[in-house]
Design a protein around this ligand. Structure first.
Ligand code: SF4
Length: 315
C-alpha cells in the first residue's frame, strides 16, 4: 500500500502574518500617495455609475440595477450583509479574522455552504459601513489579525464594498475573498485596496462550471478567473495572493488537476489553499457525485498531484 502523500515542505513555511505587514498602508505612506480609505471613497461614485448598465461580472447582464434588483444576481443598488463576526475557519495565517459576508451572489453553486443567504441579496441587514467598521475596529483591538470581506460575492456590490473599505482603518490588514468572476471593468475600482486577495479557482472546465454553478459556457469561466488571478498576482508588490480550491468528490481529475497544473505553470509561487473539508450542503444532492464527503483515496490523489506540481500549499 502506498504511503499517504504529505504536504510539501512549504506548508511549514512562516505564516503570511509573520512575514507580512499591512502593505497597502505602509507602501502608500512611503510613496506619499493617498490613503486606502481616500482612494476607496473617491471610487464609490464611479462604481455606482456602473450599476446603471451592469457588466461587473462574467454574466454581462447589462441591466440597470439602480432601477431595482435585476440581473442574474438579483441584486439592486443597495447591499445587505448576513454575517459579521470574528471567524476562525479560514486560512490559518489570516486568523482570527473579522469577516463581513455580503448577501447575494452571481454564481449558483449547488454545493454552497451558505447557499440561502449567499444566493439571496435581500437576506440579512442593510449594510451600514460606519457601524461595521466600528465593529471591525473593536475586533482588531481584541486581537483579530485581519478584516475579511466576502459573500455571497462581494464584488457584485462594488459601491458598497468600496464604502466599507473607505470606512475601515487604513492600517487594517484587509482580505478580499472572491469567486474572481469580475470583469476588467471592475478591476480599476478594486486595484490596490487589499492586502490579501483570496480568490477561488472552483472549476477546471466549462462543463462543471455550467452544471454545478449555472455559469453558461459563453461566460468563459476559466479565462475570466485565470486572467483575474494573473491580474491580482501583478499587484504582488502591495498584495498577497492565496488561491483557494474546494476539493469536491468526483472532481479531482476534471477540476483540481487542471487548476493545479495551471497554477504550477502560471503562478508557481502563489500560495494555494486546498480546501479538503467538503460537506454535501445546500443543493449538493442534485448531483450524485456530490452526495457524500470526499473519499480518503481522492484526498490522497489530490495531495499527490499538488506535490507533483510543487504547489505552495498552505493550511
Ligand atoms: S453583478 Fe453580474 S450577475 Fe449581477 S447584474 Fe451585474 S453582470 Fe449581472
Amino acid at each position: 500500500m502506498n504511503a499517504a502523500p504529505t504536504l510539501p515542505p512549504s506548508a511549514n513555511a512562516p505564516r503570511v502574518w509573520e512575514q507580512f505587514q499591512p502593505a497597502t498602508s505602509v507602501v502608500r505612506r512611503q510613496r506619499r500617495i493617498p490613503t486606502r480609505s481616500t482612494v476607496a471613497r473617491e471610487r464609490v461614485e464611479l462604481a455606482q455609475a456602473q450599476l446603471a448598465d451592469c457588466h461587473l461580472c462574467l454574466h454581462h447582464c447589462g441591466t440597470n440595477r439602480l432601477a431595482g434588483p435585476s440581473g442574474r444576481c438579483h441584486a439592486g443598488a443597495n447591499a445587505r450583509f448576513f454575517a459579521a463576526q470574528t471567524d476562525v475557519s479560514d486560512e490559518l495565517e489570516l486568523l482570527p479574522s473579522f469577516a463581513v459576508s455580503l448577501s447575494g451572489c452571481n454564481l449558483r453553486c449547488d454545493f454552497c455552504i451558505t447557499g440561502g443567504p449567499s444566493w439571496n441579496p435581500r437576506a440579512g441587514s442593510d449594510l451600514d459601513a460606519a457601524r461595521l467598521a466600528d465593529r471591525a475596529r473593536d475586533a482588531l483591538v481584541q486581537g483579530a489579525r485581519t478584516v475579511m470581506i466576502l459573500g455571497g460575492e462581494p464584488t457584485i456590490h462594488l459601491p458598497a464594498l468600496l464604502e466599507l473599505v473607505a470606512a475601515l482603518p487604513d492600517d487594517a490588514c484587509l482580505v478580499l475573498k472572491t469567486n474572481a468572476c469580475f470583469t476588467p471593468s471592475a478591476r480599476p475600482l478594486l486595484a490596490g485596496l487589499f492586502d490579501v486577495w483570496l480568490p477561488d479557482l472552483k472549476f477546471g472546465n466549462a462543463e462543471c462550471a455550467d452544471r454545478l454553478a449555472a455559469i453558461p459556457h459563453a461566460a468563459d469561466y476559466w479565462n475570466t478567473v485565470t486572467n483575474n488571478l494573473l491580474w491580482m498576482a501583478a499587484e504582488q508588490d502591495t498584495a498577497e495572493v492565496i488561491v483557494r480550491h474546494l476539493l469536491m468528490p468526483g472532481h479531482v481529475d476534471c477540476c483540481w488537476e487542471p487548476a493545479a497544473r495551471w497554477l504550477s505553470q502560471h503562478l508557481p509561487a502563489a500560495k494555494v489553499s486546498l480546501r479538503t473539508g467538503y460537506w454535501p450542503a445546500w443543493h449538493a444532492a442534485r448531483h450524485p457525485e456530490l452526495r457524500l464527503p470526499l473519499a480518503r483515496t481522492e484526498l490522497n490523489r489530490a495531495l499527490a498531484l499538488a506535490n507533483e506540481c510543487r504547489l505552495n500549499l498552505i493550511p
